[in-house]
Design a protein around this ligand. Structure first.
Ligand code: PLP
Length: 404
């Protein structure tokens, strides 16, 4: 079938002109195309937990649907879910919030989009410690803001000195993500307190703490809001059910912040998606109100897989893999293979060449670090079956051993 071509007069807006599919999607699509043509490719590209939605969540949602509860919710989100989020923040995280300080969105991504849309003027700066999740920079750029990517130390930690040096009169936000994607970095309470000490000197700088991986933490998790209670009036906490409860497809996330910010975000949301789906809001309420033991069980399973992958990759000459404190990604350094040559004489000039070689020769899809603002690394998700991870690491080792 021939595809419909756009009329010659089609043009993108200036803000969308350079927007591309993310490198993560690009690699995943290439892997899918190879699989479709018969290749046995193992893809570790996407960050999707391999657990099902908890069965009690599905049951509760089904019952609510049968009772006819699926109506148009308020733009800010259902009152019972906003209350459940506040109770959860109090019980599990250790800070108190009021339902007026909560917005429910179509995924944590939309929380970020609403916040930036509601607050960024052209050329306003957002500080992102590198490596950072690719979408942060894309959303900021789409809205006319400027990403200020800052270098972290060898442990992929933002230091107070680097933060202080990065702040300018145009800085609007610092975006901290702990546990982090792609680094797996889990900030300790002391590390957060040290950053907060700097932020107290700059009252125009607001903080987004993206804590979507809160429950996938292998050491004690500390929310920024707990480490710096006095900065709550300029902090936005981002969270949701996607990762912790393995409910990515329900598209449900939330923001907790000062009422004026939340009101502005609700106004933005009212002219885009309107409220998040009522079905998903009911499901998220059931997840938060239901049994919580599964969070620990799933976290332990991720930790076991982390250990397998870190051990295996650290045995590959040329790769060095830090032990991540949370989330379900490893972010190994591949500096040691850059400059080597493949069997057919092609030079590995950077992390993208290395990932391409691992895909074409080893049949394993991993994502080059350049996508996350810190090249000479790659990201591998370990939210996959243990046997696939073992085989994937074996293939990475074999493909790397072909280089000379
Ligand atoms: N924040 C981080 C750090 C993520 O890794 C992701 C998803 O990969 C999100 C936010 C988006 O979450 P959601 O699926 O709820 O939009």
């Amino acid at each position: 079938m021939t595809k419909l071509r756009a009329a010659k007069s089609f043009r993108r807006s200036d803000s969308a002109a350079s927007l591309q599919l993310s490198e993560i999607v690009r690699i995943t699509e290439s892997a899918k195309a190879m699989i479709a043509s018969g290749d046995n490719v193992l893809s570790f590209g996407t960050g999707e937990p391999d657990f099902p939605t908890p069965p009690h969540v599905i049951e509760a949602t089904y019952r609510a649907m049968k009772r006819g509860e699926i109506v148009y919710p308020p733009t800010q989100g259902l009152a019972q879910l906003r209350q459940a989020i506040c109770d959860d923040a109090q019980e599990q995280t250790g800070f108190s919030a009021n339902p007026d300080e909560v917005i429910i969105c179509t995924g944590a991504k939309q929380v970020l989009f609403n916040a930036f849309q509601a607050t960024l003027n052209p050329a306003d700066e957002v500080i992102l410690p590198a490596p950072y999740w690719t979408s942060y920079a894309d959303i900021i750029g789409l809205l006319g803001g400027v990403t200020v990517s800052v270098e972290c130390d060898a442990d992929l930690t933002l230091t107070p000195e680097v933060l202080r040096a990065a702040i300018t009169p145009r800085t609007r936000w610092l975006l901290l993500n702990s546990p982090g994607n792609p680094s797996g970095k889990l900030y300790s309470r002391d590390e957060l307190v040290a950053l907060a000490n700097v932020l107290r000197d700059f009252e125009n700088v607001w903080i987004i703490a993206d804590e979507i991986y809160q429950h996938i933490a292998y050491e004690p998790f500390c929310s920024f809001r707990v480490a710096a209670r006095d900065l709550a009036d300029r902090t936005l906490i981002v969270n949701g059910v996607s990762k912790s409860y393995a409910m990515i497809g329900w598209r449900l996330g939330w923001g907790i912040g000062p009422v004026e910010l939340i009101k502005a975000m609700v106004a933005v949301q009212g002219q885009s998606t309107s409220p998040a789906s009522a079905v998903s809001q009911i499901a998220a309420t059931a997840a938060l109100r239901g049994p919580q033991e599964l969070l620990q069980e799933r976290c332990a399973s991720f930790q076991h897989r982390r250990d397998i992958v870190v051990d295996a990759l650290n045995q590959v000459p040329g790769l060095t893999c830090r032990v991540p404190g949370g989330a379900f990604y490893v972010y190994p350094n591949c500096d040691g293979v850059i400059g080597l040559t493949t069997a057919d004489g092609s030079k590995i000039s950077d992390d993208a060449d290395y990932c391409q070689h691992v895909l074409s020769s080893g049949k394993v899809a991993i994502v080059p670090g350049r996508a996350f603002g810190l090249p000479a690394h790659f990201r591998m998700s370990y939210a996959y079956a243990e046997a696939d991870l073992v085989e994937g690491c074996r293939r990475i080792a074999a493909a790397t051993a072909e280089l000379s």
